[in-house]
Ligand binder design. Structure first.
Ligand code: KMH
Ligand code: ZN
Length: 288
């Protein structure tokens, strides 16, 4: 099996803006409310991001599946720029399966699709299950297919490629597959954030896959740099990393995007624009 490399002089950058397991109490610069998320997305766009990965929060800052909150975030981003809008169906630990699916009714261009169940190991929800049964995955991807939403396939260990083959074999997902290779997430069942684990995923990527590197915490910058050298995209942002460097909280998502763009340019790669990324990912152009 061999994956598709991004054009040598391009890299697709995704900004994961706020997540579900981090809070302003951990870093006050975390965007939580719709206007903050839209502004953070725009700031990342200005630094070179092509995709915004979105989780929604209620007025108290708790994760929500409320479609109206997702719509508000989408409208806020669209009023400012043409970023690819990707909603999370991982949602948050307080959400039901229905809550997690609800964001698809806000018509994102992409949505995350988590490829297996794991146990949470940190925070207030440690010891609870992040549920993604085969039946859930099939239900989520079927709804995405019906709505023309491109899945971002979230892989946390090589065993999850079996689930990817299942949805490919059932014709539920189309090439090119956009696969997040995740290292270091605080779930029982995810591999560690090391170069060896990242490399270890590559031989198992199904034909027709593009990949994106997602590394948690201090591994973010070195391992996404490695991923882009290997021909993959990059995910950075405060969902995965709240620090600029050891002991120094980041000031914004855009600060993390700006750093990785500097590194990309030093090795001859220009960030793909949202429209270039749509073309590479097989997402239809935005209506004018
Ligand atoms: N939290 C990340 C490791 C989702 O939102 O559905 C993966 C993620 C998945 O962002
Ligand atoms: Zn997420």
């Amino acid at each position: 099996m061999s994956y598709i490399k991004l054009p040598e002089d391009k890299v697709i950058i995704e900004a994961a803006l706020s997540g579900a397991l981090v809070f302003k109490s951990m870093n006050p610069n975390l965007p939580e409310q719709p206007d903050e998320i839209a502004q953070a997305a725009y700031d990342c766009y200005n630094e070179g991001a092509a995709i915004a990965h979105i989780h929604a929060r209620d007025a108290e800052g708790q994760t929500t599946g409320d479609v109206e909150v997702f719509r508000k975030i989408h409208q806020g981003i669209r009023a400012k720029c043409n970023l690819i809008i990707q909603d999370s169906t991982g949602g948050g630990p307080n959400l039901t399966m229905e809550d997690r699916l609800a964001c698809l009714d806000a018509d994102p261009e992409m949505a995350s699709l988590n490829m297996g169940s794991m146990m949470r190991t940190v925070g207030a929800y440690a010891g609870t299950v992040f549920q993604c049964l085969r039946s859930d995955i099939e239900a989520f991807v079927t709804r995405m297919k019906e709505k023309g939403v491109k899945p971002e396939i979230e892989i946390y260990n090589t065993g999850m490629f079996r689930e990817m083959h299942n949805i490919i074999n059932k014709g539920l997902v189309e090439e090119p597959y956009w696969v997040d290779l995740i290292v270091g997430m605080a779930y029982q069942g995810c591999v560690d954030a090391t170069p060896e684990y990242l490399m270890g995923y590559l031989p198992f990527l199904p034909d027709g896959s593009l990949f994106n590197t997602l590394a948690i915490g201090k591994a973010q910058t070195p391992l996404v740099t490695m991923g882009m050298i290997l021909g993959g995209g990059i995910r950075v942002g405060m969902e995965d990393n709240l620090y600029y460097r050891k002991g120094e909280p980041c000031t914004s998502n855009a600060q993390l995007v700006a750093r990785i763009v500097r590194i990309a340019r030093e090795i001859g790669k220009e960030p793909a624009t949202p429209d270039e990324a749509r073309q590479i990912l097989g997402i239809k152009p935005l209506k004018k």
